[in-house]
Design a protein around this ligand. Structure first.
Ligand code: SF4
Ligand code: SF4
Length: 339
């Protein structure tokens, strides 16, 4: 037996959530009406009306849902100068419940992976509060492109990690609804109908490389001579990290004036020259191939050694959004082939 929901009913539900004042994010075309646009740019954004929601007709959004739990810019606390004293002003923790609808499984799985790093030696209350307040409704992928490689990293179009509800297309008009958590059950209570029909799980992209071969290459050491050649064309723009659902590096800075200010954290990226620059002027990763090597080692060796999971869901965004056709996929294919 299964639970089913018509496509028009998920649209009706989103409409009800918005009418009730709930924060709902989902894929939306963000360049509609632009006379210069050549292709639709689909991003996860906060919806203002249900008509903005676009569930299918594209592979995946350009950005990721990490933004709903880990914003690009976040105030950690304020400070005020009071004579010779500094008074700290706590930042307000988020309180609004939020729903993401139409998340891709490679995005939802990334939140499950990020839970480990935000609760490792320090429990990040901002991240954890948003995570508690967020319900993720994932849509299994029925399309993939040449950049997708989820099946090469142990994931796939029906990956359940990080999802509260998984929708699997049954036909053009209906979804099978799998509630995976209590939050998901609560969200979908009374909305579905029980049926004897079940959806066929869609197939993912073909395997692009094997992890065994990659692991051998990485285990052979840091100073492999191949790195400069396979990473030479990287511009260091950081688009790969900013559109990656699992990249989570940030910088903490003080922003303010003579009377006070705020300590904030902003996204950062290991592909920027300044990321590892020391105050002395020394930079232990002084060229771009070293920075790319770090990104691959971190995702496929260092993070898995520490947390037991790859820091990559195979979403392909880093290659899809790279201006010089790089990102991790071509590098991984090349080094796996060399092992
Ligand atoms: S791999 Fe591509 S997207 Fe990433 S920093 Fe280099 S040029 Fe930019
Ligand atoms: S490294 Fe690339 S393919 Fe892997 S999760 Fe990040 S953006 Fe997606």
């Amino acid at each position: 037996m299964s639970e089913l929901l018509a496509k028009k009913d998920i649209v009706r539900l989103v409409d009800q959530w918005l009418a009730a004042g709930r924060r709902v994010a989902g894929p939306q075309c963000v360049n509609a009406g632009d006379p210069h646009r050549q292709t639709d740019l689909i991003n996860y954004t906060w919806l203002t009306k249900v008509e903005e929601l676009q569930l299918d007709g594209f592979v995946r959004p350009t950005n990721t849902i990490k933004e709903v739990v880990f914003p690009r810019h976040e105030k950690l606390y304020g400070y005020e100068f009071k004579g010779k004293r500094i008074e700290l002003v706590p930042a307000e923790l988020p309180t609004a419940e939020q729903i993401v609808v139409g998340a891709r499984p490679c995005d939802a799985a990334a939140l499950h992976i990020l839970d480990a790093v935000f609760n490792w030696d320090f429990k990040d209350e901002f991240y954890n509060r948003r995570r508690e307040l967020t319900t993720i409704v994932t849509l299994a992928c029925s399309k993939h492109d040449d950049f997708c490689f989820c099946t090469s990293v142990g994931a796939g179009p029906c990956d359940k990690r990080g999802s509260d509800v998984l929708l699997i297309p049954l036909d053009g008009d209906r979804y099978e609804v799998r509630c995976l958590t209590e939050k998901g059950q609560k969200l979908m209570a009374g909305a579905t109908t029980t049926s004897s029909e079940t959806a066929k799980e869609p197939e993912g992209p073909p395997t692009r490389f094997t992890l065994d071969a990659l692991g051998e290459f990485l285990a052979a050491g840091y100073d492999r001579p191949e790195w400069p050649a396979v990473t030479r064309r990287c511009l260091g723009c950081g688009a790969c990290a900013y559109t990656c659902p699992t990249c989570h590096c940030f910088d903490i800075v003080d922003e303010g004036g003579a009377s006070g200010g705020a300590r904030v954290r902003n996204w950062d990226a290991c592909q920027f020259t300044m990321f590892t620059a020391h105050a002395s002027g020394h930079n232990p990763r002084s060229d771009q191939s070293q920075r790319q090597r770090q990104r691959i080692h971190h995702k496929f060796q260092i993070y898995p050694d520490k947390f037991g999971e790859l820091l990559c869901t195979g979403c392909g965004n880093c290659s899809r959004n790279c201006p010089v056709d790089m990102g991790v996929l071509p590098v991984l294919k090349t080094i796996a082939a060399k092992s």
